[in-house]
Design a protein around this ligand. Structure first.
Ligand SMILES: [Zn+2]
Length: 273
C-alpha cells in the first residue's frame, strides 16, 4: 500500500511541476494579435474568402469593445516591442491589406464609431484606381487614427523578382506614398507574405522599421520585427457565440499555427493576400 501512496505523490508532484513549467512556457509565447483584414463588404466571387461582411466586422469590433480589448496602433506595437514593453494580455492591432475602397466605405465608419486605430498597407501604384482607396480618402482616414504602410508598387510576389526589381517595389512604394502623404512611411507588408532573407535585407535598407508576413517564416512568436505574423480574419469568426474570436484574440493563436518557409512555394490560395 505504501508504494502506491508514494507513486501517487510522485505523480502529483510531477503534474504540479509540469503544470507550472507549461504555464511559464505558454506565458512566454504570448503574441499581441495583429488582425488581418482585406475587403469589408459583401462576400462574393473570388474575394469571398478575403471579405468580411459589414455586419460581421461590426460584430467583431463590438466584441472587442464589450470585452475591454485594448486596440493599439501598429506604431505603438512596434515602439513598445523595441522597448521591451510588456503588453496587457488583451491588446490587439487591426490591419488592412491592399487598400481597397471598401475599407473607406464600410470599415472606416465602424472603426470611427468604436474609436479604434488601424493600419492599411497600400499598393502604391493602385491608389486612385477603380476599387482602391484614393489619396484623399487615405488622408481623411489618417485624421481618425488610420495609418498608412507600404505593400509594394504592384503587389508583386517578391521572392520571384530579381533583387533590383524587388528593391524598386520595396523602396519605390515607400517613396510614392511618402510623396503623396507628406510624411515618413515606416512599415511594410510582403505581398502574399512572401519573403527571403535578401528581400528582408532590402526592406531594412529601405528604412522600414518593421514588416508583416502571413504565416511564413520560422519565427512563430513575433520576435523578429521583419517577419511579424498576422491572423487572417474571416466572415465566420463570430460563429459559436464568439468562441473563434476569443481564440484569435487570445494572443496564443500562434502556438497552434503551422509556420511555412518565408519564400516557399507560391500557392494560388495566397495570391490575393
Ligand atoms: Zn496584399
Amino acid at each position: 500500500m505504501r508504494i502506491i501512496k508514494d507513486i501517487c505523490w510522485a505523480l502529483l508532484f510531477a503534474l504540479v511541476i509540469g503544470g507550472v513549467g507549461f504555464t511559464f512556457w505558454v506565458r512566454d509565447r504570448y503574441v499581441v494579435p495583429i488582425l488581418m483584414y482585406h475587403h469589408v463588404g459583401v462576400p462574393s466571387g473570388k474575394w469571398r474568402l478575403n471579405t468580411v461582411s459589414e455586419q460581421s466586422f461590426d460584430y467583431q469590433m463590438n466584441f472587442m469593445k464589450r470585452h475591454g480589448f485594448q486596440v493599439i496602433s501598429f506604431d505603438d506595437l512596434i515602439t513598445g516591442m523595441k522597448q521591451g514593453q510588456e503588453f496587457a494580455r488583451n491588446t490587439v492591432v487591426i490591419q488592412f491589406d491592399d487598400g481597397y475602397e471598401d475599407n473607406y466605405k464600410y470599415a472606416f465608419p465602424i472603426l470611427k464609431k468604436y474609436g479604434f486605430p488601424a493600419i492599411v498597407f497600400l499598393i502604391s501604384d493602385k491608389v486612385g484606381t477603380p476599387n482602391f482607396l484614393t489619396w484623399d480618402q487615405v488622408k481623411e482616414m489618417e485624421k481618425y487614427g488610420f495609418m498608412a504602410g507600404a505593400h509594394t508598387r504592384h503587389h508583386a510576389y517578391l521572392p520571384r523578382l530579381t533583387l533590383a526589381q524587388a528593391q524598386d517595389e520595396i523602396a519605390g512604394s515607400k517613396k510614392v506614398i511618402e510623396d503623396h502623404l507628406g510624411h515618413p512611411i515606416d512599415y511594410f507588408c510582403y505581398p502574399s507574405g512572401g519573403f527571403t532573407e535578401d528581400v528582408k535585407s532590402l526592406v531594412k535598407e529601405a528604412g522600414y522599421k518593421a514588416a508583416v508576413s502571413t504565416n511564413r517564416g520560422k519565427d512563430k512568436f513575433n520576435v523578429d520585427l521583419y517577419e511579424l505574423k498576422r491572423i487572417h480574419m474571416n466572415n465566420t469568426d463570430d460563429r459559436y457565440s464568439g468562441l473563434i474570436l476569443w481564440f484569435k484574440l487570445s494572443g496564443y493563436y500562434n502556438l497552434f499555427r503551422h509556420a511555412k518557409e518565408g519564400g516557399g512555394l507560391h500557392h494560388k490560395r495566397f495570391l490575393n493576400e
